[in-house]
Design a protein around this ligand. Structure first.
Ligand SMILES: NC(=O)c1ccc[n+]([C@@H]2O[C@H](COP(=O)([O-])OP(=O)(O)OC[C@H]3O[C@@H](n4cnc5c(N)ncnc54)[C@H](OP(=O)(O)O)[C@@H]3O)[C@@H](O)[C@H]2O)c1
Length: 286
């Protein structure tokens, strides 16, 4: 029986990245659909749940992606509403790589140390990766703030985190490097999750910080999101801080994504969202 993955993407064109990793994770065939919404997904889900017998349903699975986490969340809810009794298949949610990237970054930050009581700032944390990373850092006991350029956008992101995870995250408006430097004053952890190729913090801002212990950058497209953090840093020590770069934890992100795809085909009722993916990341890190 072939392992079939249905890739539902809220963007018009389904992501090639998710398609490739789907195959590398063990799918035999991937049906990739773009422009999938909560309103039009019903028939697609019916096709997935009504076609194979109970023992064989684990060979069909759904992946939800796309650049907009809120739309993806609505799509996930719509997919799950179609399930009933044994008529269900396993689902993975990873809009814009948000869960796998955030889980890999935070799993490395928490590896071999406690984040309990640490103060963490997620720079440009309003995007998909930043929101998930903020929630995961809070789940490790850190007091978390996220920054963004406009206060109302940051507040909306904090509200979205609270709605989804029940977690309080402090919003900080910081549109300039100087304001982001002020935002990390007194913090122990700075994690940059800004858009590709945007530098959020200058080197001296973290190098001269008396409080920062861990500095991590998710942006893999030059220039660096945090100046002076190397792409491949993974626990590198510099200026008394421990550094993690995008490729440093990106290896775990990729193997985590593949492992999640493989798990989808082990049973027909698995949900792999932030919490489940983070638990798997913690079991794989190191
Ligand atoms: N290392 C890995 O394995 C891996 C995997 C996947 C993704 N990534 C990277 O992770 C990062 C975060 O991904 P994402 O999808 O969450 O990012 P995103 O949504 O594209 O951007 C995140 C935030 O960046 C801010 N931003 C955008 N343009 C900016 C500018 N000109 N100046 C300052 N801030 C700006 C925005 O916040 P405001 O509008 O609120 O300011 C936005 O919400 C990206 O760099 C992505 O490439 C890495």
């Amino acid at each position: 029986m072939k392992k079939l993955l249905y890739q539902f993407d809220t963007d018009p064109l389904p992501a090639v990245f998710d398609n490739v990793v789907g195959y590398d994770g063990g799918a035999d065939h991937i049906g990739a659909y773009g422009g999938v919404t909560a309103a039009n997904v019903g028939g697609l889900v019916e096709g997935a749940i009504f076609t194979r017998g109970p023992k064989d349903k684990k060979n069909t699975a759904i992946f939800i992606g796309g650049g907009n986490v809120a739309q993806g969340q609505a799509l996930l809810d719509a997919v799950r509403r179609k399930f009933f009794a044994k008529f269900r298949v396993s689902v993975m949610f990873d809009c814009n790589g948000s869960n796998t990237t955030a889980a890999a970054a935070v799993a490395w930050l928490a590896h071999g140390r406690s984040l309990q009581g640490k103060r963490a700032v997620v720079l440009a944390g309003t995007g998909p990766v930043g929101q998930r990373a903020a929630a995961l850092l809070a789940s490790e006991g850190a007091a978390v703030a996220i920054t963004g350029r406009k206060l109302e956008v940051v507040q909306a992101a904090c509200q979205a985190i609270k709605t989804r995870f029940g977690t309080e995250v402090r919003p900080i408006a910081a549109a300039t490097a100087a304001e982001r430097g002020s935002a990390v004053e007194g913090a122990h952890i700075a994690l940059a999750t800004g858009a590709s190729g945007i530098t959020l913090l200058e080197a001296r801002q973290w190098q001269e910080s008396p409080s920062l212990e861990l500095v991590a950058d998710a942006n893999a497209s030059p220039p660096a999101g945090i100046e002076g953090v190397g792409m491949a840093d993974r626990g590198t020590e510099s200026h008394g801080k421990i550094l993690y770069g995008p490729l440093g934890f990106g290896a775990l992100k990729l193997s985590l994504h593949r492992a999640c795809i493989a798990k989808l085909f082990e049973q027909n009722d698995l949900l792999l969202d932030a919490e489940e993916i983070y638990a798997l990341a913690k079991s794989m890190v190191g």
